[in-house]
Design a protein around this ligand. Structure first.
Ligand SMILES: C[S@@+](CC[C@H](N)C(=O)[O-])C[C@H]1O[C@@H](n2cnc3c(N)ncnc32)[C@H](O)[C@@H]1O
Length: 288
């Protein structure tokens, strides 16, 4: 387990995943009913953008920094809300000095959206990252941090007593069988709790692996969206990724169809956002 999200926090993959996460949380907490949130691969919780890790890759500079530099006029509402959540986290560490100093990981974005009575479990397996995550939420009784395998937690914690859940699955894809493990976990989760909302991030490096992952979910109705930086990305670096949302709430698709192309245009020429109506088709012609 070598992956550290500190190298990648605030990059293009986070822009996709976290804009969507903020929207899902907003829509799912709009109803006056309790929500259970499970973050299966939570990371450290929050990241210092001035750290050696972040400066070495420059991914936040090429990602979130491009969005925070934009004027709010004409910005899609989902992006405005996402940036507001990012800046609110940054302000916890002191008054703004212009550029962002800190970036919130998924657990921080989730925590900020929780209402009294909602429940949140964040799993992180790496001992060092889990320790950082525990420190991030020390004394906060609204967050249960587990140093645990998120795939096991998914089996253990579904169905939730609340009967409403958002499950974020964001693996590092270091293991060669990660897609297979992921597919098994999602199918298992759906068997236990078919009405849950599942948001699953995936890298696009091996098209065949992505296709067979979606083939394994061919019966599942979902919204799939992707962000592709194009051919200028150096060899070996992640150039494209996607997020699939099973059982998305009403209005989610509309918000993302407005937000994602706008984000893509801010990331550079040739950066593309694509939407697939459902997992049943992996054919690019299905892109709208
Ligand atoms: C992509 S990062 C998570 C980023 C985080 N979700 C965010 O958006 O801020 C993936 C994390 O999963 C952890 N991890 C790897 N395998 C795991 C497993 N089976 N269960 C829980 N965490 C795992 C890694 O240590 C890493 O911190």
């Amino acid at each position: 387990m070598n992956y550290r999200h500190g190298y990648h926090a605030g990059n293009f993959a986070d822009l996709l995943k976290h804009t969507a996460l903020c929207e899902l949380l907003r829509l799912l907490t709009a109803k006056d009913k309790k929500l259970f949130v499970l973050d299966t691969h939570a990371g450290a919780g929050g990241y210092d953008l001035g750290s050696e890790q972040a400066r070495r890759t420059g991914e936040a500079e090429a990602g979130i920094a491009r969005l925070t530099a934009e004027a709010r006029a004409g910005m899609p509402a989902a992006v405005v809300r996402y940036i507001a959540a990012v800046q609110a986290y940054d302000r916890k560490f002191g008054p703004s000095r212009g550029a962002l100093q800190r970036y919130p990981g998924s657990p921080r974005l989730i925590r900020a959206a929780l209402r009294p009575g909602d429940r949140f479990v964040a799993c992180e397996m790496h001992p060092q990252e889990a320790l950082l995550l525990k420190r991030e939420f020390a004394g906060d009784r609204a967050v249960e941090v587990r140093q645990a395998d998120g795939y096991h937690a998914l089996k253990e914690l579904l169905p939730p007593v609340e009967r409403r859940a958002l499950v974020l699955i964001d693996p590092p894809f270091e293991a060669i069988d990660e897609f297979e493990r992921l597919a098994r976990a999602v199918r298992h989760g759906l068997r236990r709790f078919p009405i849950g909302c599942y948001a699953i991030w995936y890298p696009i490096k091996d098209e065949a692996a992505v296709s067979s992952f979606f083939a394994s979910l061919s019966e599942v109705k979902c919204l799939r969206m992707e962000l592709d930086l194009g051919p200028r990305v150096p060899e070996g670096k992640l150039a494209a990724c996607g997020l699939v949302v099973i059982n998305p709430p009403w209005k989610f698709e509309e918000a993302m169809r407005e937000a994602l192309p706008w984000i893509a245009a801010r990331l550079g020429d040739g950066v593309r956002a694509a939407f697939f109506a459902s997992s049943a088709s992996a054919d690019p012609d299905a892109r709208k």
